[in-house]
Design a protein around this ligand. Structure first.
Ligand SMILES: *Cc1c(COP(=O)(O)O)cnc(C)c1O
Length: 362
């Protein structure tokens, strides 16, 4: 749509320059594009969940601090009592409120390619965003480049996704420790994929005053609820809490998340199945002529086609009924790359045969 004189006189130039976050229409397709857990809940559990919602007082505002849920999260993720926890409507909201709290000219830095929201929200707020390229073979942090960029730009916030999205790898923890020590501002370790990775910076929270840890329930299996959190130094969390909108976590989310997290065994079983299937899909991908898959500690796999083939392969896989994510348009290190979320056994098989067919038809 073209901008008329009203919109262009009304809104900030950063907003006018942005494009909205687009989500592909998955109607009728096998949905392997958004890092969702593919499994539902047993009927008996659904019934008990609905029971817990029955008396939820929808006429009342929810608990603004969601105290019961915070307590459950603390136990579930073993967050020690000295660290404060702040909840968000997805961790996306937490990224937004953290960046909203910064001075208008503050710098933000993250490795690139990385999670798009760090850049997107920084741009929207007019902040000084810098992406520091990862190393081309294997997407590891370029530590000297990261340290030089921190020295040069003095960012108020450094975001590091661990594991990284969209590459799926865990960066070298030794490099991350060096970055936290070198940073004059905050470092946020974004552990959105913690349920699929056997590594975490939780214990490092005690070592550093400038470190905060961010997590979400989305990838675990509750993407529809929209719940994320950030944990760490209470003095920092206290400031963020001032800009959080008072009732950002609605009562249905509070009750449902609390209920879900008390059924840890179910989610453990589901995430273990996803991790095991990740290995199968990874091996099948790498056995294909013309495909290179990258090792992943998350619930998705990034893979590369031969040069110039990614768009065609993506479209062909979609025509066969499977929606994955085309990463090729992001260019740079991600040229020729596609990303698939691990689904159920039958969804993974459908994807693998669709991909085989596409490659055969090129
Ligand atoms: C998916 C994702 C998020 C956002 O999760 P929500 O809680 O659903 O907003 C944050 N960081 C990374 C790295 C992600 O991949």
């Amino acid at each position: 749509m073209t901008q008329n004189s009203l919109t262009s006189s009304l809104f900030r130039k950063e907003v006018l320059a942005m494009s909205a976050y687009k989500v592909a229409d998955a109607g009728g397709l096998i949905k392997l594009d958004a890092m969702e857990n593919p499994y539902g809940w047993p009927e008996a559990l659904k019934t008990r969940w609905l029971e817990t919602l029955r008396d939820c007082p929808l006429n009342r505002y929810p608990d603004p601090e969601a105290q019961q849920l915070v307590q459950t999260i603390r136990m579930h993720d073993q967050i020690p009592g000295q660290h404060a926890i702040l909840l968000g409507n997805g961790s996306d909201e937490i990224i937004q409120l953290l960046l909203m709290a910064l001075p208008p000219t503050a710098g933000v830095l993250s490795p690139a390619p990385g999670f798009v929201m760090y850049r997107q929200i920084s741009h929207c707020l007019g902040l000084d965003y810098h992406g520091v390229p990862l190393l081309a073979d294997g997407f590891e942090l370029d530590l000297p480049a990261m340290l030089a960029a921190i020295e040069q730009h003095r960012p108020a916030v450094v975001f590091i996704a661990y594991p990284n999205n969209p590459t799926g790898n865990l960066f070298d923890p030794v490099a991350i420790h060096r970055i936290i020590k070198a940073a004059k501002g905050l470092v946020i370790i974004d552990e959105a994929y913690a349920p699929f990775a056997d590594a975490s910076f939780i214990t490092a929270l005690e070592e550093y005053d400038n470190l905060l840890l961010m997590r979400t329930l989305s990838k675990l299996g509750l993407a529809g609820l929209r719940l994320g959190y950030i944990a760490g130094n209470p003095a920092l969390i206290e400031q963020l809490n001032k800009i959080r909108l008072p009732y950002n976590i609605n009562c249905l989310t509070q009750l449902s998340a609390d209920f879900a997290l008390t059924h840890k065994a179910l989610f453990d079983q589901q995430t273990q199945a996803i991790s095991a299937n990740r290995t199968l899909v990874f091996n099948q991908l790498n056995a294909m002529d013309g495909i290179t898959a990258y090792p992943s500690s998350a619930n998705f796999i990034l893979f590369r086609t031969r040069q110039g083939q990614a768009d065609k392969v993506y479209e062909s896989v979609k025509r066969q009924g499977v929606l994955i994510k085309n990463i090729n348009p992001q260019g740079g290190l991600l040229s020729d790359c596609l990303r698939v979320t691990i689904g159920t056994d039958s969804e993974n098989s459908a994807f693998i045969s669709a991909l085989r067919n596409s490659l055969a038809g090129l």
